[in-house]
Ligand binder design. Structure first.
Ligand code: FES
Length: 375
């Protein structure tokens, strides 16, 4: 491992399990999740948290899969809180053990971010492929409010719900959310499999953005609302993860440390926290150093005057769409592969949302080894 001195990560995400009671067709989890196990034990997570805090990380997220399925969750939250982290639970609110919210509050949990697919029960059932998800989510939200924990509602936006953004805002407001994130799907993993059925039109996005803006303009509205656009309609790529290996570090259920949630889809070998300390991984591993700086870039990125702004875009998207992880992100209109994006948009506009492919074990087996170079 060679060392490149860099600032420590600020935000750590622990993916506590791959298991999830829901089967959302836009999950960012990798496609072949069914062939891998959760290998991290409570003591491993404790060690990683201590190392991260020592390096200077300040915020920690617990996610999955569904983190509520990890029986050690309250102890993990307590440990993080004792170490001085700002703690955030990213959950579906489904499969919650009885009394868990109170336990998490006692453990020091600061924020719950819950995924709500829609205000509408039928749409939630369709998107999660789970008949009791709607009721379970409502109950979980009530518990969070009762315990006085900060509530963020995250609503993933796509063709099936974008025309109801006004209703989703109303719903989040009524249940007392502190923040609402209307996050358009980013097309990786399962979302890329379903892109033709999920990608809305530019007009739909504009309309939803205006509705959000109108809500924000009204000074009586206290809830903060964010609207994240899908990069498919941009002409320059997003600065994914604020630059590779600059801010964020995630650890998956096998213990692999990654600079972003999708990084293990790339042809790079990522170090495991059972073999190396976080400090060694962050500062000295080949995979974390690989896309730092600009020496990996080829044209048009290498001489682009915006390369400090977008860092060549998303590496995982570039690889998924072109089979070359060093390529310019095809979202950029300077990319020689930009037609992949425009062709996809045109195809999606002509496709209905019937026949969603759900994230489940059967589909996982089918997808092993598949890439999207011809997407
Ligand atoms: Fe991995 Fe963008 S998701 S670099």
């Amino acid at each position: 491992m060679n060392e490149i001195k860099t600032k420590p990560p600020l935000w750590i995400l622990l993916e506590l399990t791959h298991k999830c009671p829901l089967e959302c067709p836009y999950c960012y989890n990798q496609l072949d999740f069914a062939k891998i196990d959760d290998k991290m034990q409570k003591e491993d997570w404790f060690r990683v948290m201590e190392q991260a805090r020592e390096m200077g990380a300040v915020q920690i997220g617990f996610s999955g899969g569904e983190p509520l399925l990890n029986k050690d969750l309250p102890e993990l939250v307590k440990k993080a809180n004792d170490l001085g982290f700002y703690t955030n639970l990213i959950t579906s609110g489904v499969s919650a053990p009885i009394g868990i919210v109170q336990k998490l509050k006692e453990a020091g949990l600061k924020t719950v971010q819950i995924g709500i697919q829609s205000h509408d029960k039928d749409i939630i059932t369709l998107l999660t492929n789970n008949k009791t998800a709607y009721e379970q989510k409502q109950n979980f939200i009530k518990e969070v409010k009762k315990e006085g924990i900060q509530l963020i509602i995250n609503s993933t936006i796509h063709k099936l719900n974008i025309d109801h953004v006004d209703k989703i805002i109303e719903y989040a407001n009524d249940v007392g959310a502190n923040y609402l994130e209307l996050a358009n799907v980013q097309y990786y993993g399962w979302a890329l499999e379903n892109i033709d059925k999920l990608l809305p039109s530019k007009e739909q996005i504009e309309k939803a953005r205006k509705i959000t803006h109108t809500y924000r303009e009204n000074k009586n509205n206290k809830m903060k609302v964010y609207f994240v656009v899908p990069d498919y309609y941009e002409v320059r790529p997003k600065a994914c993860m604020n630059g590779w290996g600059t801010t964020f570090l995630t650890i998956n259920p096998e213990g692999d440390a990654l600079p972003c949630n999708m990084a293990n889809t790339l042809p790079l070998k990522f170090p495991n926290v059972k073999d190396y300390s976080l400090e060694e991984i962050w500062n000295r591993s080949n995979s974390f150093n690989y896309f730092r700086g600009d020496s990996w870039m080829s044209e048009p990125c290498r001489t682009c005057n915006e390369k400090e702004k977008d860092f060549g875009g998303c590496r995982c998207q570039a690889f998924a769409l072109t089979n070359d992880m060093n390529a310019t992100d095809p979202v950029c209109e300077k990319s020689q592969h930009h037609n992949i994006i425009t062709d996809t948009i045109n195809r999606a506009l002509e496709t209905s949302n019937d026949g969603l492919i759900y994230r489940n074990r059967n589909n996982s087996i089918n997808f092993i080894g598949k890439n999207h170079a011809n997407c």
